[in-house]
Design a protein around this ligand. Structure first.
Ligand SMILES: Cc1cc2nc3c(=O)[nH]c(=O)nc-3n(C[C@H](O)[C@H](O)[C@H](O)COP(=O)(O)OP(=O)(O)OC[C@H]3O[C@@H](n4cnc5c(N)ncnc54)[C@H](O)[C@@H]3O)c2cc1C
Length: 418
């Protein structure tokens, strides 16, 4: 007889593996499906905000993260296109840690809690039959079907942008639940080639970005180069921005977002896009001149679209970037992924115990996500526009000096309050 899982989690990034850990700890038969193999490099600034550390602590994961030798980050420096610089303390300690190490350690934690982790398993579709779900996946050239009492979609931003629902247009921010059938397209990270060929055009109202990241070593590296209290640096330039911060073992992560329509053809590789970003800001150029690229650490994602509104449920519950993409400059995407995983697994447990109907789960979870995510998303978008505007940004350093509390308040408004 086919085994019925209690929960199948679709996607094993931060949100998926953390949700699986929580559910498995409560005794639910849980499996995580991810099309990639871990550890893997992933486009991300690799900045774990103070807010995310609080959630990690509640989830029992903070010690595991601290054991990965993250860098400690206590301030932020914003290098504006106009040439001005704003330096602000962070509202608490943040950590710099590679997604290569972080995601793999969350997989270990989920497995230790009793969840099964299946890598190289691409989810093709999800159907509801009676009260259960069937999940069709492709793994090593074979098609397989799993059954579950509940599913949670943690397939990241590409999942949402890819459409999720068979036979429907790409969902927008007003999408409504579809009751019976969800099919997940295979468009995903690493689609820079497709972006280059202009196949991934969209009609969204915000720019389509290409996101790239690479690790670097400091030239003349010595172990004492590992700063005790480093800064996360953000460089704003025409058509995008880049974040630079230390991660584990003194390595430096550089992540950049560039408007897809504004990348010269000679720079359409990860290294090329890094060069393009550096060419657009003299201070970034100077910073990167002191760094050596580390081989096999590059990754890219396209398109990156910043969301207008959070969407917590699309026929099935969504967590992490599947709900919304906050502007990366806020450095709070992982915090939102962790928090939505925490919330959703609580509701899922109540549903599985028979304390909530599916409709109640949907209703309560939607409300909770709207309440917690709408404001940071709105302020994140506003902050991104302000900092990216050459004209407005000319006045910002002086304003930040005159009214430091207001400047900190604005950054604070982009963060999750939990
Ligand atoms: C340029 C850039 C910089 C950023 N910097 C920061 C930062 O400094 N700090 C921060 O907090 N956030 C940052 N973010 C945001 C952060 O990376 C995301 O919010 C976070 O990764 C979301 O986690 P997730 O688990 O929801 O999604 P993901 O980490 O994207 O995981 C989704 C997983 O689902 C899998 N998947 C997708 N489709 C399928 C399928 N069909 N079948 C099986 N598996 C599937 C994928 O392989 C992937 O492993 C940044 C984002 C960008 C683009």
């Amino acid at each position: 007889m086919t085994m019925i899982y209690d929960v199948v989690v679709l996607g094993g990034g931060i949100a998926g593996s953390v949700a699986a850990k929580s559910l498995a700890e409560q005794g639910w038969r849980t499996v995580v499906l991810d099309r990639q193999r871990f550890p893997r490099h992933k486009v991300c600034g690799e900045f774990l905000s103070p807010e995310s550390l609080a959630t990690l602590s509640r989830l029992g994961l903070l010690e595991a993260v601290q054991s990965l030798s993250p860098s400690v980050i206590s301030s932020t420096s914003l290098y504006l296109e106009s040439g001005g610089v704003i330096r602000l303390p962070l509202p608490g300690t943040a950590l710099g840690i590679s997604r290569y190490r972080l995601d793999a350690s969350f997989h270990q934690a989920a497995a230790a809690a009793g969840a099964s982790i299946r890598e190289g398993a691409t989810v093709i579709s999800v159907n509801m039959e009676d009260r259960d779900y069937t999940i069709t996946l492709r793994s090593e050239g074979h098609t397989e079907v799993l059954r579950a009492r509940a599913v949670i979609a943690a397939w990241g931003g590409a999942g949402l942008a890819a459409g999720g629902v068979k036979g429907r247009k790409e969902p927008d921010d007003r999408q409504q639940p579809d009751d019976r059938h969800w099919s997940h397209s295979q468009r995903h990270e690493g689609d820079v080639k497709a972006a280059r060929q202009g196949r991934l055009r969209s009609s969204s109202r915000t720019p389509d970005y290409v996101g790239v990241k690479m690790h670097y070593e400091m030239k003349d590296f010595a172990p004492d180069c590992v700063q005790e209290n480093s800064a996360v640096e953000l460089y704003f330039f025409r058509g995008g921005y880049a974040g630079v911060n230390q991660v584990e073992d003194g390595k430096v992560n550089v992540a950049a977002l560039l408007d897809r329509d504004d990348i010269p053809s000679k720079h359409r590789s990860v290294a090329g896009m890094m060069e393009e970003a550096a060419c657009r800001h003299p201070k970034l150029h100077e910073r990167m001149a002191a760094l050596h690229a580390m081989p096999a650490t590059a990754s890219a994602v396209s398109p990156v679209r910043i969301s207008m509104q959070p969407v917590a449920w699309n026929g099935i519950p969504l967590i992490g970037d599947a709900i919304c993409r906050i502007p990366p400059l806020c450095g709070d995407g992982m915090s939102m992924a962790l928090r939505s995983a925490e919330l959703c697994s609580l509701y899922a447990s109540r549903y599985l115990r028979g304390e909530l109907s599916l409709g109640d789960w949907e209703c309560e979870y939607r409300e909770a996500i709207m309440r917690e995510f709408s404001k940071p998303l709105r302020w994140g978008r506003l902050t991104e526009s302000l900092l990216s505007s050459v004209i407005l940004s000319r006045a910002l350093p002086a304003l930040a000096r005159l009214a430091p509390k207001a400047a900190r308040g604005m950054i604070q408004a982009t963060r999750l309050r939990i």
